[in-house]
Write a protein that binds this ligand. Structure first.
Ligand code: NAD
Length: 440
């Protein structure tokens, strides 16, 4: 099928390459010329494991092309996927839909034949309904453009795998024709047995924000328990292990630490709360404000712990921060807890050096005041305090004995509760973490 993918960022670039990989004829579109040039040359514009392979294969097969011209896309697609950003509006919790609207306004008047416009971006419930009327007004005479929503659940770091073998596919459609078109797009996944939930657009839009709200709540729940553990002198990791054995609860997403971040969870729960309020259902999701608040508090609690470990004053203290991205296996630093903490430590006068395996370029752009290092040992040279803030596998493989010879004072704050604390202690380190105040 002839597909266009409009917006080729973390979501769209992967979607475009994976749709080409399953045999569609795909045109990727973005307003960012640098991004489009890189993609057209087979260079992923960001770090995502496995993306280079699907990208290179797609370009070589002729199934995948890129352009900056929306009217070219209008002529190409039977199905147009909208994958542009929906960030938080400045000065509000609500989602900023200007990029989605601008795609619709730029695309629809140029359509030459009937087609399906499918949103994948995360949007407030009611967006398909609103756009359906708008698209009908914009479409040239004789052209029928239907709008559907097909929310995306991919995780950065596993995006290719998640797109090719998703846990489920959810579509929100207004007609059996739209349903049939989307079933043809995803036919290889359907024959592989991927659950396919076809519903109305409002429900589909809500599924995405409900899923993210649940995940965010689970993380903030365990971080709230970490706070109580610190007050009571108890251990949150043992607590998480113990409650996680209950299959109704499950152990995943119960890792206490510096909390969640990134370009999705924080802004999605805020936009959901704002939209629910508009709909008169604000009280139903008021708990999301608490979820957000608990999450933010883990950043300030980590800074406070660092200050305490530095004897009450961080001025002039040499601090190494391991991790800049919001999660491992990505170069994405949007709303990253690691970077926010690094910046706060710097603000308090610490001499901060940040290491990240893939995120230093983005970190330096977002926080030019921070020193970024691509070598861990250089970042830790003469440090008086090391903070582990992003769960990259390479940090778990660090040799605490070797590292203790590089730092000035062997003090570690494990902001992810992911390192082998006993090993580090045996190597002479003082190890601290949120929620682990039980006597050891
Ligand atoms: P992103 O910022 O990486 O990508 C957005 C892209 O859209 C950019 O390349 C931008 O240049 C492009 N763009 C903006 N306006 C455009 C226009 N008028 N025409 C063409 N291109 C335009 O964002 P992202 O992380 O890919 O997220 C996109 C959407 O997908 C958001 O709604 C997000 O919530 C949702 N989402 C993201 C993920 C994820 O893991 N990143 C997962 C699921 C859902």
């Amino acid at each position: 099928m002839r597909l266009t993918v409009i917006g080729t960022g973390y979501l769209g670039a992967v979607h475009a390459a994976c749709m080409a990989a399953i045999g569609h004829d795909v045109l990727g579109v973005d307003t960012d010329t640098e991004k489009i040039t890189a993609l057209a040359e087979g260079r992923p514009p960001f770090y995502e494991p496995g993306l280079d392979e699907v990208l290179t294969q797609g370009l070589a097969s002729g199934n995948l092309r890129f352009t900056t011209r929306l009217n070219e896309a209008a002529a190409h697609g039977e199905v147009h996927f909208i994958c542009v950003g929906t960030p938080q509006q400045a000065g509000s919790r609500a989602a900023d839909l200007r990029y989605v609207d601008s795609v619709v306004n730029g695309l629809v008047p140029h359509l030459r034949s009937s087609c399906l416009v499918v949103g994948k971006s995360t949007v407030p419930v009611g967006t398909t309904e609103r756009l359906t009327e708008h698209v009908a007004n914009l479409a040239p005479p004789g052209v029928r453009a239907e709008v559907a929503w097909n929310p995306e659940f991919l995780r950065e770091g596993y995006a290719v795998e998640d797109t090719l073998r998703p846990d489920r596919i959810v579509t929100g459609v207004n007609s059996s024709q739209a349903d049939e078109t989307l079933r043809r797009v995803y036919a290889p996944m359907l024959s592989a047995g991927v659950p396919y939930i076809s519903t109305d657009p409002n429900t589909a839009e809500l599924v995405k924000v409900a899923a993210n709200s649940f995940l965010a709540t689970k993380i903030s729940f365990i971080n709230a328990m970490a706070e109580v553990c610190d007050a009571a002198g108890a251990d949150v990791v043992t607590l998480a292990d113990a409650i996680g054995h209950d299959t109704r609860i499950g152990r995943r997403f119960l890792n206490a630490g510096v909390g969640f971040g990134g370009g999705c969870l924080p802004k999605d729960i805020r936009a959901f709360a704002a939209r629910a309020q508009e709909l008169g259902a604000g009280p139903a999701v008021a708990f999301l404000d608490q979820v957000d608040e608990i999450n933010g508090r883990q950043r300030t609690r980590t800074v406070a712990l660092a200050r305490r470990m530095a004897g009450g004053d961080l001025t002039g203290r040499s601090v190494a921060v391991l991790g800049a991205t919001f999660k491992p296996d990505s170069d994405d630093v949007r709303d990253s807890p690691a970077l926010a903490i690094a910046a706060a430590l710097r603000e308090e006068g610490a001499d901060v050096r940040v290491h990240d395996p893939e995120g230093t370029a983005n970190a330096a752009l977002a926080h030019p005041e921070l020193y970024c290092e691509t070598d861990v040992l250089t970042a830790c040279q003469n440090a008086e305090l090391v903070l582990h803030l992003t769960e990259w596998a390479q940090y778990r493989e660090l040799d605490p004995v070797k590292l203790s010879r590089v730092v000035r004072v062997p003090v570690l704050i494990d902001g992810r509760n992911a390192l082998a604390h006993d090993e580090w202690r045996s190597a002479g380190w003082t190890v601290k973490a949120l929620g682990r105040s039980a006597p050891s």
